[in-house]
Design a protein around this ligand. Structure first.
Ligand SMILES: [Zn+2]
Length: 408
């Protein structure tokens, strides 16, 4: 029998064009890190001439701030024998600059690094704080503030959480492929989240309605965006609650406390809890430097004892929800730095923390079926690994199939 040979029935393979040989592959590389020592001295020791070093620094200066150089930032220098041919600056996994033709006319190029996104489930359990519960995650403070923003209208993350509260979220995580595997770069959007608290349970689903608006809704399709923020400070401590019969610490007599006092450092930014119009901005007796805002539904909010008022905030001007209107101080009758935050509805003082404001626009009727299907997909993703309530675990999910990783 003849030996099997390459016959006519084997499809002819089109010869691939020979890939351009990478001139950098043939170089010998020296590597180092920024920050520990002047880059000039490091490159000098690596064998570069003063002229070459200045050319490199001049080329990079428009794209890289040498004053912010950090030991995480790396440099690589490629030699052909004694001659330095190429230089690379790795400022982050997605920010890499190459300089070629160092021995001729140097050219700077930014390397395109492709990121990919994977949706992952992150779970946690509150011991002391949300930040702490996310300590096992990269960039945990950023992730905590993303989650806090999703629930900003319902949960005051500095006051409401209790030990043992649980949460889970499906979040976009971005990576690049590195030499030693995937490198996490940043978070994208929180796609869905649930919070199981001692006080209540909340859920949130990011959804784009057919009119192109992306917003967070609960499983029933009600918007999570409310007309009034729960607190005018991002980080706060309630030091005195609303009390119709309080003994005033400065006046030394009984006087109702028509608001909430938040202890906060001097010049902590104070935000408008809802969009509205400025009706007072300036000195106001014992209230010190004060701002009052008038909102829809006959709601008035007050911000007293400010150190200063933010620029552009004056009587008659409009402010948006979340806009900084002033900074915490102790002007007027105040014993220490704090914000007095008051609220009137229909001209009568109310406890701002006792108010529940109606949610804004729900998912439109025409989007309802699609929305419910979306919620069901998100819930499957969140529940997917069947290990609800397990803290410090991360289930990695790549729709439609699932993989699971447990991070430490
Ligand atoms: Zn007060």
């Amino acid at each position: 029998m003849p030996e099997a040979s390459v016959g006519a029935d084997v499809p002819e393979v089109q010869a691939e064009p020979e890939p351009e040989p990478d001139p950098r592959a043939a170089l010998a590389w020296k590597k180092g890190r920024f920050g520990r020592e002047l880059i000039y001295n490091q490159l000098m020791r690596a064998g570069l001439s003063s002229t070459d070093i200045h050319r490199i620094i001049d080329l990079l200066t428009p794209v890289y701030d040498f004053r912010k150089s950090h030991p995480d930032h790396q440099w690589e220098l490629g030699f052909d024998g004694e001659t330095a041919k190429a230089f690379t600056l790795i400022a982050s996994p997605t920010e890499i600059f190459d300089i070629d033709q160092l021995d001729g006319e140097p050219v700077l190029a930014r390397r395109e690094i492709e990121q990919f996104v994977r949706n992952e489930v992150v779970r946690g359990q509150i011991d002391v704080s949300l930040f702490g519960a996310l300590a096992h995650q990269p960039q945990n403070a950023l992730l905590a503030s993303k989650l806090a923003r999703v629930f900003a209208w319902d949960i005051d993350f500095y006051k409401d959480p209790r030990k043992g509260d649980r949460f889970e979220m499906l979040v976009e995580m971005k990576y690049v492929k590195g030499d030693d595997g995937e490198i996490f770069t940043e978070y994208g959007e929180v796609l869905a989240a649930r919070y199981f608290g001692a006080f209540d349970t909340y859920d949130a689903f990011a959804y784009e309605t057919s009119d192109g608006e992306i917003s967070y809704y609960n499983a029933q399709g009600k918007s999570l965006v409310r007309e009034v923020l729960r607190s005018p400070l991002k980080f706060q401590n309630v030091t005195s609650r609303f009390n119709r019969n309080r003994f005033h610490p400065v006046l030394k007599r009984r006087r109702p406390h028509n608001g909430i006092d938040y202890g906060a450092p001097r010049n902590t930014p104070v935000m408008a809890v809802a969009s509205g119009r400025v009706v007072r901005a300036g000195r106001y007796g014992g209230a010190g430097i004060a701002v009052e805002l008038k909102h829809r539904n006959k709601i008035l909010t007050q911000y007293f004892h400010l150190n200063k008022i933010a620029s552009g905030v004056r009587v008659g001007s409009r402010v948006k929800q979340g806009q900084v209107i002033g900074y915490v101080g102790k002007t007027g009758l105040a014993t220490g730095y704090h914000l007095h935050y008051g609220m009137k509805i229909n001209g009568r003082y109310v406890d701002p923390l006792g108010q529940k404001f109606p949610p804004s626009t729900p998912v439109p009727k025409s989007d309802r079926d699609a929305f419910l299907a979306h919620v069901s997909t998100m819930l499957t993703a969140l529940d997917g690994d069947g290990r609800r309530g397990v803290s410090r675990s991360i289930a990695t999910l790549t729709a439609p199939e699932r993989q699971e990783h447990v991070a430490d």
